[in-house]
Design a protein around this ligand. Sequence first.
Ligand code: F6P
Length: 343
Amino acid sequence: MARFGILTSGGDCPGLNAVIRGTVLQGEMVHGQEFVGYRGGYRGLVYGDVMPLERSVVRGISQQGGTILGTSRFGPYTEPDGTPQNILARMAGLDVDGVIAIGGDGTMAAANRLLEDGVPIVGVPKTIDNDLEATDYTFGFNTAVEIATEAVDRLRTTGNSHQRCMVLEVMGRHAGWIAMYAGIAGGAHAILIPEQPESLEQICTWVASVRDRGRAPMVVVAEGFTFPDMDQAHSHKGLDGFNRPRLGGIGEILAPLIEERTGVETRATVLGHIQRGGVPSAWDRVLGSRFGQAVSDLVADGDWGKMVALRGRDIVRVPFSDAVGHTKTVPLDQYRGARATFG
Ligand code: F6P
């Protein structure tokens, strides 16, 4: 009987457990497959750290946030034991015929390298940032937008009561999808995204015009936003396990600058990991379940080196090369359309 190992890698994301459940149910019931779960992302693959993954284990997990397998930002080649030979030997020792890697751009880049080194592997795209080019949407994004929109709504209460400018910082490393959607949904007066630098002068013009109309300005800023004179996004927390700068903090920089320039009392809130936590939305559970079922079909066909993806209403298969290194950013005309109503 064919046996596959599932791992979740990179940041946790609402809907991961729905993917795991969808894969196991489809695999057991339709294809007669067996599964094990690798604990802690690629670390589990390298060290052969597995847990049983049967139908009874995945019962009722779709509505749980996070991942029952655990995750890490750990590239498979960063440890001395992380060689293709060792990984293939560990897989053989566990009777694992192939790997299902659920993750974002860093995870897919590592999966692509493993594939080139002879490891049978497929992928499922995941990120709340929704920035993977090969798929129209990733699960987790919808939940994050709901949470961020609720935060905008709640911050407006304080803004209106105190006549303050409220700045909400949301996640979004390379792409401002969460900021755009939550900002539009919450009626923000300015939305600042990584794709489009804006000057402090412009931001303060928007804030002042809102104040002059007797309203409390609401600004949503993505963590990856830069002013025109910055060559990279603000980071003061070192590098993550995929060697990328840990972002966060631009909202705290922006708020006092707005206050100083406009005289409007300004407060910043960094939403942080609250966006990734808690119960996944129904939409994310459905997308995760569909991805899970589709990836079970993928490994049944031995179609290695592919990732499942959403195109329109359909789940399709795309090569890793389409997914790796291609960021799906907010189209500038879409941003400009929203920008015309700022202030
Ligand atoms: O990659 C998704 C993401 O949500 C980014 O927007 C953010 O920079 C990063 O995760 C933060 O992750 P960590 O949990 O490692 O701080």
